[in-house]
Design a binder for this molecule. Structure first.
Ligand code: ADP
Length: 180
């Protein structure tokens, strides 16, 4: 029994060490960053050696915030995480991941509704770059229903978004919708 326990802890340690050396890239629009995104970043920063949050420039979503502002907000709200850095990107994600030395693409999964799109995306990225693994993290329960698009809609209509986004993001949303 004692031997088995040691064997298990060696297995766990070696797995943990391997994971610790991995750089993960967390791509998205982040328009704007929410507490849900931050929850995923915090979890990833405890697992991976380095986490690169990659903000998509050319999103089909016609972002409300300019790329520079989305990057800047992310930099401010992740300043306490030493192994997290923020970049903008305008090329194919798998190429960006390679340039950054990342071997894991990280995505957040909120609900079953996210699954179909995420599954398709992961499959396509695997076809494009078989060595890159997509991994998913789920947020704490209280963040499961938060989406950037919903936050923008609430803010646009004058609702209170203070429990969904950091204060500086709330401030920028107020400014955008002339409510500040
Ligand atoms: P994209 O346009 O790539 O979906 P988003 O900024 O909307 O960009 O989301 C980036 C990633 O973060 C996606 O994997 C998304 O599922 C995840 N995500 C978004 N909101 C949350 C949340 N509240 N909790 C956990 N993950 C989230």
């Amino acid at each position: 029994m004692f031997g088995f326990k040691i064997y298990c802890s060696i297995l766990c340690c070696s797995h943990f060490d391997k994971t610790m050396n991995i750089t993960a890239i967390y791509p998205g629009t982040f328009d704007p960053v929410t507490n849900g995104h931050i929850d995923i970043i915090a979890r990833a920063s405890r697992i991976y050696h380095k986490v690169i949050v990659a903000v998509a420039v050319n999103s089909n979503k016609s972002p409300l915030f300019e790329i520079t502002q989305r990057v800047d907000l992310l930099q401010q709200v992740t300043a306490d995480f030493e192994n997290v850095s923020i970049i903008g990107f305008d090329n194919l994600l798998v190429d960006c991941a390679k340039q950054q030395g990342a071997s894991v693409i990280l995505r957040g999964l909120r609900a079953i509704s996210d699954f179909e799109y995420e599954f398709q995306l992961a499959g396509m990225n695997r076809r494009l770059s078989p060595d890159l693994e997509t991994m998913f993290l789920t947020p704490a329960e209280q963040y499961e229903f938060i989406s950037s698009s919903m936050i923008k809609e609430i803010a646009r209509l004058g609702g209170d978004v203070s429990s969904f986004v950091p204060e500086i993001v709330q401030h920028q949303l107020f400014k955008k919708f002339n409510r500040g």
